[in-house]
Design a binder for this molecule. Structure first.
Ligand SMILES: Nc1ncnc2c1ncn2[C@@H]1O[C@H](COP(=O)(O)OP(=O)(O)OP(=O)(O)O)[C@@H](O)[C@H]1O
Ligand SMILES: [Mg+2]
Length: 221
């Protein structure tokens, strides 16, 4: 599903990624762990096309058979909207919109009709146990509820891959466990692929494969 080869990234003189190679199969749940500053977020953002690697003739990023580094901005955004979902540590919901509206936004960008988007969003929110909280704004929801809204938003366009960066970093133990179980349930039901950066040992160890980043490289498995 994901093939990345020779990913380098410099920020000025600082070499943050030093030639990362990674291959992830469809339906696989992979966790990425490592010390703060090792380059985990940078790698995730590059794999998710939210950032670019250094230009390098033998660098490759392929998702679902599409060679992404050759795409122009418009095609890249479209690919991201259609096929990739993101869950961040700070859910990044839009405060002025309700839970339901937040979940619908990627579907509107996709070009879905309002009715269709809302029906799909409601289904997801119900599935995530938020049936009675749909019309609330993020500030009126608990941290765990907000994170589940963010999960629904990440899922609405049925992405092939979900990238999560510290998804449970701000949740209490119980909410974190529920969220982690949800990832596995989603994978079992929809065969989605997950790439999860986490400092949570338990989540990292639940994954099919745990990768460790050390100083800009993935340690040999
Ligand atoms: N936009 C940027 N400009 C300059 N340096 C950056 C930028 N983004 C990240 N860095 C640096 O790159 C290195 C890797 O950062 P990154 O966010 O990928 O680490 P991380 O492994 O996700 O760490 P953490 O576990 O703390 O989130 C750090 O030294 C960081 O300071
Ligand atoms: Mg990080």
């Amino acid at each position: 599903m994901i093939i990345a080869k020779n990913i380098h990234k410099h920020y000025d003189n600082l070499e943050v990624l030093k030639g990362v190679d990674i291959e992830i199969k469809k339906g696989e749940i992979v966790s990425i762990v490592g010390a703060s500053g090792a380059g985990k977020t940078t790698l995730l953002q590059i794999l998710g096309t939210l950032d670019f690697p250094d230009k390098n003739s033998d660098t490759l990023l392929e998702i679902n058979g599409e060679n992404l580094l050759n795409l122009n901005d418009k095609k890249m955004s479209r690919f991201r909207n259609h096929h990739l979902g993101f869950i961040f540590q700070f859910h990044q919901l839009l405060p002025e919109f309700t839970a339901l509206e937040n979940v619908c936004i990627p579907a509107f960008i996709y070009g879905k009709e309002k009715n269709e988007a809302e029906a799909e969003a409601k289904k997801l929110l119900e599935y995530l146990g938020l049936k009675d909280r749909m019309e609330h704004k993020p500030s009126q929801l608990s941290g765990g509820e907000q994170q589940r809204v963010a999960v629904a938003r990440a899922l609405i366009n049925k992405p092939l891959v979900i990238f999560a960066d510290e998804p449970s970093g701000n949740l209490d133990t119980h909410s974190a466990e529920n969220l982690h179980q949800l990832f596995f349930k989603l994978r079992d039901e929809f065969n989605q692929t997950f790439v999860i950066v986490t400092h949570n040992e338990e989540l990292a160890n639940m994954a099919d494969r745990k990768l460790t980043m050390i100083d800009g490289l993935i340690k040999n498995e």
